[in-house]
Design a protein around this ligand. Structure first.
Ligand SMILES: CCCCCCCCCCCCCCCCC/C=C/C(=O)SCCNC(=O)CCNC(=O)[C@H](O)C(C)(C)COP(=O)(O)OP(=O)(O)OC[C@H]1O[C@@H](n2cnc3c(N)ncnc32)[C@H](O)[C@@H]1OP(=O)(O)O
Ligand SMILES: Cc1cc2nc3c(=O)[nH]c(=O)nc-3n(C[C@H](O)[C@H](O)[C@H](O)COP(=O)(O)OP(=O)(O)OC[C@H]3O[C@@H](n4cnc5c(N)ncnc54)[C@H](O)[C@@H]3O)c2cc1C
Length: 664
């Protein structure tokens, strides 16, 4: 059999309706149709070509990005694309650009923190891209600690203006995407100072560059922070540095939904909580969870297809060797990642719902669910991005030597993805926020205030800290109620143990710092419980299509039992399960790998990714890996000449010297 036939053969083995699974993956038939149409549109447009991206110099890459962003905008207008279609187009163009920050942070910041009047003034210009904005919060000296930002905004009552200033080197804005070379405006986070009194960090709309010739306005020093990790990758983005030298802006450019400064210089706070100043980050963290499932599914699609094509060892009587996907070690590394991609997809959908719900409530001045929305977005952003970054690297290793080639698509995917563990909040810092939320929840148990939402299980803490797992045989681990209880018991016991340890400290903040490593683990356990429970909830829905629900049940079980196996120490040390039950879970996991094996190629086909989007020879749909790798090698600039440039200067003299020495 030729390499090109391997995947066709695999596709014949699928035990479910792939077309129906594509709809489940996309979220709805409508979303599927948009995704399918827009992905083809992008793939067939030569401007969106990206196969040469890692070879471009920084300047050429940046210009290519500007060209793509301008072309994308032109197509959005020409084709009158809806917001959903435009976002899908951005996703398939697959090149980070200043537009991400304009649409993804600048506009949401004005929508979330601006008054009606401010929104009416700024949003129409921003929607038409007559101005381009970024989100300038982080500074050279402070990122995680937002309250530690140093940029100042002093109110000048004489002129009714704020004076924006960078008082120190460390107060230079540093990192904002789109700032370096493109943005005309920014939402700048600065300390509000009125009459010498510091009112903390607030957002201000500041114009940075002239709308006529793009030069920086007086008092503004702005540029790019320089090359980042990897070739291609996030270097398409102009992450910037910015300093202010007493730049004046009108008073009405402070975002005033949360608090206001009057003409007389009086500081006033609305009823809305001050944490709404952080609202844009909550919004973006939510989108990052869905992005994790995209990046992960892309890496998994590449590694799965290649693992079915690649053969090593095991030839019998001159027959074909074994497909590496049939090695149990390959399966135990790869199939949990496939299951995780589906798990992150569904928890991302749920988080989108949660975010829409909290937004609606906020509009009606109901702030009750904000702490949970913050904890869920922070925690799930952290857990899904960390897992995805690790998984992309694992997929590279699953592809052996060829995974290290740029043409596998995996090195660039890794390089572009890993900052997600840092931006929008360092993952550990965010897990500590979840831990604070959990400790607060535990401390309120018994006060008559029942925990709700994702912490509702804490309401059964007495049962969960005492219950015994009922598993006696491996197949008992297939019961959703058994899985859920084990995850709830682990999470509840870890949180309660932390709370008990914390209570021994006279100074709670000192205790929190001392126990922070344990607290992070408790937060991870809580977030993993959310992901598992949302997968189980998804399966309670009516899911049409032959065999579709069954495959998803298998994936859900794989995801849960893989986590259980990986964190066996937590489950056993908390007494949530016994060592014997842990061994039975592993036995069941092995059976599940065999069960899903015939369908794995179809399960990655269900992502419906074009070869253009995958950007990987190893992951191409037809599986013609070897011919394509061979052809691609010859396209490398090094192969433009047979004898390399530099031969006469640097190789020949060494060879000659060798010959001379040999003669001596
Ligand atoms: C061509 C067309 C294209 C069209 C389409 C294009 C679409 C594109 C979409 C793309 C999407 C975007 C791409 C994303 C690219 C990424 C770019 C990256 C951007 C950034 O990184 S921006 C900077 C992010 N920075 C951070 O995340 C900083 C992290 N730090 C913090 O968040 C906080 O400082 C903190 C939470 C760690 C601590 O804050 P603080 O000290 O003030 O808080 P306390 O610990 O004291 O807590 C006080 C109470 O406040 C609560 N809290 C904290 N944060 C929040 C929050 N966000 N919401 C609600 N509540 C919050 C705490 O829980 C405390 O509560 P308590 O009850 O008092 O305990
Ligand atoms: C590619 C990229 C794009 C970005 N885009 C933007 C943007 O558009 N706009 C913007 O404003 N910012 C942006 N940022 C900045 C980003 O949000 C910050 O880098 C991020 O929030 C982390 O903050 P930091 O760099 O200060 O890390 P630090 O907080 O300095 O982290 C360093 C280490 O200290 C640890 N640490 C810090 N605090 C604690 C603590 N309390 N307890 C325990 N450990 C701790 C962290 O876990 C980490 O290991 C971007 C960053 C990157 C990499």
């Amino acid at each position: 059999m030729e390499a090109v036939d391997y995947l066709a053969e695999e596709r014949r083995k699928a035990e479910f309706d792939v077309e129906e699974m594509k709809i489940v993956w996309a979220g709805s038939r409508h979303a599927y149709e948009i995704s399918d149409r827009v992905s083809r549109l992008v793939a067939s447009d030569p401007v969106f070509r990206k196969d040469n991206r890692t070879m471009l110099s920084r300047k050429d890459l940046f210009k290519d990005t500007l060209r793509k962003a301008a072309h994308a905008w032109k197509r959005i207008i020409e084709l009158r694309l809806s917001e959903e279609e435009a976002k899908t187009l951005r996703f398939y163009v697959d090149q980070p650009a200043y537009t991400d920050l304009h649409w993804g942070m600048f506009i949401p910041a004005i929508k979330g923190q601006g008054t009606e009047e401010q929104q009416q003034k700024w949003l129409p210009m921003a929607y038409k891209m007559q101005i381009i904005g970024c989100y300038a919060q982080t500074e050279l000296g402070h990122g995680s600690n937002v309250q530690g930002l140093e940029t100042t905004a002093k109110f000048d009552p004489q002129t009714d203006e704020f004076v924006i200033h960078s008082p120190t080197l460390t107060s230079s804005k540093w990192w904002p995407g789109g700032l370096g070379k493109v943005s005309t405006h920014a939402v700048v986070y600065a300390r509000l100072i009125i009459d010498g009194q510091d009112h903390g960090v607030h957002g201000f709309i500041v114009q940075l560059r002239s709308l006529d010739d793009h030069s920086p306005l007086p008092g503004i020093t702005v540029g790019d922070v320089g090359m980042k990790f990897g070739s291609g990758a996030y270097n398409s983005m102009d992450n910037g540095v910015l300093r202010f030298d007493h730049v004046r802006i009108p008073r009405n450019q402070m975002l005033m939904r949360v608090s206001q400064v009057t003409r007389e210089g009086k500081y006033m706070q609305s009823d809305v909580p001050r944490q709404l100043v952080y609202g844009t980050m909550v919004y973006v963290r939510q989108t990052i969870v869905s992005d994790a499932s995209r990046a992960l599914s892309r890496a998994v699609c590449i590694a799965t297809r290649y693992s079915a094509v690649r053969r090593q060892f095991g030839s019998q009587n001159g027959g074909p060797e074994t497909q590496v996907i049939n090695y149990k070690t390959q399966q135990s590394r790869l199939f949990p990642l496939l299951a995780s991609a589906y798990a992150f997809k569904f928890v991302g959908e749920w988080l989108k719902w949660l975010y829409a719900d909290v937004t609606q409530r906020l509009e009606a001045n109901d702030f009750s669910t904000l702490p949970e929305a913050h904890a869920c977005t922070a925690g799930l952003k952290s857990v899904t991005t960390s897992a995805t970054a690790d998984a992309i690297e694992e997929c590279r290793k699953l592809c052996g030597g060829h995974g290290y080639l740029s043409s596998s698509g995996l090195p660039e995917l890794f390089a572009v993805y890993i900052p997600a563990c840092t931006y929008e909040g360092d993952n550990i810092v965010l897990l500590l926020q979840v831990a604070r939320f959990l400790m607060k929840t535990v401390s309120q148990l018994g006060s008559g205030k029942n925990p709700v939402g994702t912490t509702a299980y804490m309401g059964r803490v007495e049962h969960l800290t005492q219950c015994n797992c009922e598993v006696q045989r491996a197949e008992d681990w297939l019961k959703p109620s058994v899985i859920l209880e084990a995850f709830e018991a682990r999470a509840a016991r870890m949180s309660v143990a932390c709370a008990k340890s914390l209570s021994k400290f006279s100074n709670p903040e000192e205790g929190f710092a001392e126990l922070s490593a344990d607290l992070v683990e408790a937060a991870v356990a809580h977030c993993q419980l959310i992901i598992v429970s949302k997968f189980i909830e998804k399966l309670q829905q009516d899911i049409p299509g032959k065999g579709v629900k069954r495959q998803l049940e298998t994936l859900c079980n794989i995801y849960a039992l893989y986590l259980l196996h990986k964190h066996l120490g937590d489950f056993i040390s908390t007494g949530s399960i016994s060592p014997k039950q842990g061994a039975l879970a592993n036995e069941q996991l092995r059976l599940l790998y065999s069960q899903v094996r015939p369908s794995v190629i179809a399960l990655v086909d269900a992502f419906n990714y074009t070869d253009h989007y995958l950007g990987s020879i190893l992951g191409c749909y037809d599986g013609n890996v070897y011919q394509k790798l061979y052809d691609e090698a010859w396209k490398d600039p090094l192969n433009e000449t047979v004898v390399p440039d530099g031969y006469h200067e640097y190789i020949r003299p060494i060879l000659k010297q060798h010959i001379r020495n040999a003669r001596l």
